[in-house]
Design a protein. Structure first.
Ligand code: SAM
Length: 257
């Protein structure tokens, strides 16, 4: 049984606002309202299609929205004001977007962001389109395709300032999805757990082959009741060779070493 709208919205808003103040981000009321409507849609659609295991309002606010918004810490460029609503346009690709995290949450906080959500499961992609339509969002493109195909499509290859992903694949595989989409000097962000040493060591060969370089690892310990996470930020130092990404399924089957 779903709880009443008022209860859901009240709890969701409380955790969302606490989480944002801890991060130091101020969002306009319209963005908070849009996030609550979006969270409600996740909960409703989740009755029919499998979007997420987290549907209670506190978990949704903390683990989906606040966690997604922690990426703003590494996306903010020098000289930009503290309010993401005032940041200039950038092009961002979110790979394996699922129910839209982090891509759609970032879009709601940073309206000038142009977002491409890449999600190979058709039903999830239809959900993402429905959210963009319901909230009247401009600058959101949904691709129901595999990252490996999109990375070889000239309309998308090396066209993004930022490529980002959360909970999609091990780092060597993920870098083969992310880096081909990023322009030279752009950045790839992998949202990972606390233990990244082994993954980073395993990804050394992939980074070299794909033209990437580790720029920053930012530990995230907010909200305090969640396990710590790490934002791994890579810069694209050189163009990615034409053969990458390899055919769908190959990066996962034979990760670069
Ligand atoms: C565990 S979910 C994570 C969803 C979301 N990023 C989040 O953190 O809540 C992984 C998603 O990535 C998608 N996915 C996995 N590999 C993909 C690929 N190669 N291309 C596009 N989507 C992919 C899956 O369909 C799934 O929806």
């Amino acid at each position: 049984m779903l709880m009443k709208h008022e209860d859901f919205e009240g709890m969701f808003r409380r955790v969302l606002e606490e989480g944002l103040s801890g991060l130091g981000w101020t969002l306009p009321e319209s963005a908070l309202e849009a996030m609550a409507r979006y969270a409600r849609m996740v909960r409703e659609w989740n009755e029919r299609i499998n979007l997420t295991t987290l549907v209670d309002p506190e978990a949704m606010a903390a683990r989906h929205f606040i966690d997604s918004l922690t990426a703003l810490m590494v996306l903010r460029e020098p000289g930009w004001p503290p309010a993401p609503a005032q940041w200039p346009a950038r092009r961002l690709a979110d790979i394996g977007s699922g129910a839209g995290f982090p891509g759609l949450a970032l879009k709601l906080a940073w309206p000038a962001l142009e977002v491409t959500l890449i999600e190979s499961v058709g039903k999830k992609a239809r959900f993402l389109e429905a959210v963009a339509q319901e909230l009247g969002l401009d600058g959101v493109t949904v691709l129901a395709r595999r990252a490996e195909e999109v990375g070889q499509d000239p309309a998308h290859r090396e066209r993004y300032d930022i490529a980002i992903a959360r909970a999609v694949a091990a780092l060597p595989v993920l870098l083969e999805y992310l880096l081909p989409l990023v322009r030279v000097n752009g950045m790839a962000v992998a949202m990972k757990g606390a233990e990244v040493e082994e993954e980073l060591a395993a990804a050394r060969g992939a980074l070299e082959r794909l033209g990437g370089r580790l720029r920053e690892r930012r530990e995230v310990a907010w909200p305090p009741h969640l396990p710590p996470r790490t934002l791994l930020v890579f810069e694209k130092a050189a163009p990615t060779p034409a053969g990458y990404p390899r055919r769908p399924g190959i990066p996962e089957k034979r990760p670069l070493r």
